[in-house]
Write a protein that binds this ligand. Sequence first.
Ligand SMILES: Cc1cc2nc3c(=O)[nH]c(=O)nc-3n(C[C@H](O)[C@H](O)[C@H](O)COP(=O)(O)OP(=O)(O)OC[C@H]3O[C@@H](n4cnc5c(N)ncnc54)[C@H](O)[C@@H]3O)c2cc1C
Length: 494
Amino acid sequence: MRSSSTYDYIIVGAGSAGCAVAAGLIAREAGSIAIIEAGPSDRHPFVKIPMALIWLMGSRRDWRFKSAPMDGVNGRQINIPRGRMVGGSGSINSMVWFRGRQDDYDNWGVPGWSWSDVEPVFEDVEAKTNPNRLAHPHPLTEALHNVLGRNDIAPPTPEYESAGVCHFNLRNGRRWSAADAFLRPAAGPDLTVITGHEVTRLSISNDRADGVYLGTELLRATKGVILSAGSIGSPDLLMRSGIGPKGSIEKQIVDAPEIGQNLQDHPGCGLHFAGAESGYGLTVKQAANWLTAPLQYLTGRGPLASPTVEGAMFFNARDTDPEPDVQSHFIPFFMNWKGSRYAYGSGYFADVCVCRPKSRGSLTRRNGQLQIDLGLFKDETDLDTLSHGLFRLRDLLKQAHGDKAAPEMHPAGKATTLDEMRAYVRSAAGTAYHPVGTLRMGTDKTAPVTPTLRVRDIDALWAADASIMPAVTSANTNAPSMMIGHRAASFIVG
Ligand SMILES: Cc1cc2nc3c(=O)[nH]c(=O)nc-3n(C[C@H](O)[C@H](O)[C@H](O)COP(=O)(O)OP(=O)(O)OC[C@H]3O[C@@H](n4cnc5c(N)ncnc54)[C@H](O)[C@@H]3O)c2cc1C
């Protein structure tokens, strides 16, 4: 609990990036630091048990955002889970560990953020998170190593076509989030962690951030405020504080037209396969497996030890180029069948996500309400790439599983032509839960954030989380978010 209402620095959000920012400021002896988290602590058994993330999603530890109805997906609204607790989305995610592609960073074109700049930061982060191969993957996941030409146990990579069991930020079979790797080791008299309090707006005086409001309560920050509330929370907080596009916010202080724009995520859509005793599932034959699951978990085995996503493939959707343009996540569980979390049966699921989507969405505030338009398939190239990718996914899974392959249950025979597949994707697609880009960093005057993470036009205000990525990296975004947080302190204190 807090003993003061004034700190040197206040960090908003104890997520993947925010925890790393806090540790960096403490390591630099930057003064007194408060990190404020809207959600509760992460001390709950479901946070540690890998498979339990399916119960965290939709719980009070999830913000449970919903998108606006989107034309590209037949007017549907899509669920947007975001972690709402210490550790942030890194406390409810599948812990798949990917840095992204080297040229993702070079392509950002931001001075100081090329691959050669960020690689050593990833090395540092990984010394603390120790990503490693899943100890006991399901045999169906293990079989992915048979395809895309390698046959070894190296993890798949977006750098070239590859498939196999992923690496995860797990320690002894338990989640090892940014809270474990950064925040808890930084504990001490200079660090105050405040949970269960949502920052409702920033205090700005003479174009300088000097504190935050928790409802009516003001906490002061003498040296500055760092926004690490994530790709939705950080721009939303700026807009609630009068910093954003003209006309869309009340009591405007700064006209910043790009705040909340450039929203992008990996669009994804998958195939369900079901067959007797194929994949983890609720069946009479697997009853004994579930009864002993808690005991198996203690040895790092069985369904509870699985982070659901176990493997991945990177490949070229049309098979016309050696360069991968899609990622597939492989889940050896029969789950989310027809939208229901539990269903009788056993099987597996794999999706296809577009690595570098071209579509862009936006966050806006209307009548005091946040509107999230993910912009899915606004650029139909994404729809085509994803649809072609699903055809190739079918072939790759057949190759991987051979006579152990289960029949496809959904969409099954209904998507055999490109038009049918496109229609299926529009009816079923979601995202990989990787929103980024809403506070794009850049050197141009309209980029909301500078290459040293300053929020433009406001002094003593920085942003450090997934929102600052100019473009989404080619794979999952947790490691890149920690990398951003880990670098931030050097800019802030420097
Ligand atoms: C279900 C799910 C599965 C995923 N799986 C993977 C995966 O396997 N691998 C991978 O690499 N990536 C995965 N991701 C994505 C990855 O977890 C995120 O990209 C990453 O955690 C983003 O980090 P962040 O610091 O930007 O935001 P977050 O980690 O979301 O942190 C933001 C924090 O700010 C807090 N906050 C927000 N607003 C306020 C406010 N006003 N006041 C106080 N606190 C506030 C939030 O509660 C949260 O704790 C997944 C995400 C989800 C949701």
